[in-house]
Design a protein around this ligand. Structure first.
Ligand SMILES: O=C(CO)[C@H](O)[C@H](O)COP(=O)(O)O
Length: 384
């Protein structure tokens, strides 16, 4: 199958060429061995009196204390070990369990021990991603830095007591894992149901590997078949009326400004912008890249929730406890966990999802043509 390379859709302006040049000529060995301690430390980290871990970075005295109580350190008492607690309740519905299956499988396979800079997406599937990363243990996570795509994921990172960074400090990310509203056959995605798609796209593009995790309802052949509310378009506030008019002309007469649920007025994104939801007819959604470029050309548009040619793989948790993996080269795998995705009734034996060590597969260098026949990550075997 013919697939465009990841960045083929973008004309190479001089800034981009410079970026690609720097990226290609960067020396990192072995395999992207970024040591946060050796990276340039931004001034904020050197500030001695940062108050709480919810600041944009941890202060340096706390950098060795991940997993320990920050408040104890603030009071000067001896540090006590408190395990990071991502506060994810166990799933009680098949849909939630499917999200967790997808997230855990993707983390086991793509958050490799040598990865030090990790992008965290947004949405209801991502807490399971953070939960599984935390389960890899303090030793593995203490010298990693995590980059959020939203207020929500920033809170997840902070509450799990992981080191928080930002993409302006770490513009090259080893792997970003994110949810999606719908994914088509060639891994084009609709994103932005949670209005986070601007930052999500920046982190997807910054990542050497971009992985999507979702439940079975998001697995589609054509975008817009399942996710009916339309393509999310982030727009500058003052320009929304003109953009809306132009989006109608481009082919979405039903496009509307997204309104907030518990606030009078429109949704305002983490970046202070508005969001338009634009449903397009199926024939336009069959060519999402052309549609993306047409919308992006409208003045006032900040970002479009169509992610084309970006994902390396998409993991979908299924109702029967299996995971379907769609790869960017067209391969489709089925990972059979052999377990129901729902936890068994209280008292019954719990399904075995070993936590901690990553699978033999995970220690293998990734590549688009990995000929994976079997994985031994506790989630079962792979049928290709
Ligand atoms: O794009 C997003 C937010 O802007 C989310 O990733 C998307 O809405 C999927 O979320 P969920 O995992 O809750 O289905």
């Amino acid at each position: 199958m013919f697939l465009l390379p990841r960045f083929a859709h973008r004309p190479l302006c001089s800034t981009r060429r410079l970026h690609l040049y720097k990226r290609c000529t960067r020396v990192r060995s072995p395999r992207e061995s970024v040591q946060p301690s050796k990276m340039p430390i931004p001034p904020a980290i050197l500030t001695p009196d940062l108050q709480t871990p919810s600041e944009s970075v941890y202060p340096s005295p706390l950098r060795q204390t991940l997993g320990q109580s920050v408040s104890l350190l603030k009071t000067g008492s001896p540090p006590a070990l408190i395990p990071p607690h991502p506060k994810v309740p166990p799933p009680t519905t098949v849909i939630e369990a499917s999200k967790r299956l997808a997230a855990w499988t993707a983390v086991d396979r793509h958050v490799l021990p040598e990865y030090k800079v990790i992008g965290i997406g947004s949405g209801s599937t991502v807490p399971y991603v953070v939960e599984r990363i935390v389960s890899q243990g303090l030793a593995r996570n203490k010298d990693r830095v995590f980059i959020p795509t939203s207020f929500q994921s920033k809170e997840l990172i902070v509450s799990a007591q992981l080191l928080l960074g930002d993409v302006d400090q770490y513009p090259v990310i080893d792997v970003t894992i994110d949810g999606a509203d719908e994914v088509d056959e060639t891994l084009n995605c609709i994103k932005g149901g949670g209005a986070c798609h601007l930052r999500e796209k920046v982190l997807a593009e910054a990542a050497d590997t971009f992985i999507v995790v979702a439940d079975y309802r998001k697995n589609s052949d054509v975008l817009g078949k399942n996710f009916k509310q339309g393509v999310p378009i982030e727009v500058a506030q003052f320009a929304y009326a003109k953009v809306l008019q132009n989006v109608h002309l481009v082919g979405s007469p039903g496009a509307t400004l997204r309104m907030a649920k518990s606030k009078a007025g429109p949704v305002v994104t983490d970046n202070g912008n508005f969001v338009i939801d634009a449903p397009f007819p199926e024939e336009m959604m069959r060519d999402p890249y052309t549609l993306l470029t047409r919308i992006k050309m409208l003045t006032g548009v900040v970002e479009v929730g169509l992610f084309c040619h970006m994902a390396k793989a998409a993991y979908f948790g299924n109702q029967d406890g299996s995971v379907t993996v769609k790869w960017h080269d067209g391969r489709i795998e089925s990972v059979d966990s052999g377990n129901s995705p729902l936890p068994p009734p209280i008292g019954a034996p719990q399904p075995q999802y070993p936590i901690g060590d990553v699978s033999p597969l995970s220690s293998k260098k990734e590549g688009p043509n990995d000929d994976v026949k079997e994985i031994a990550n506790g989630l079962g075997s792979v049928k290709i």
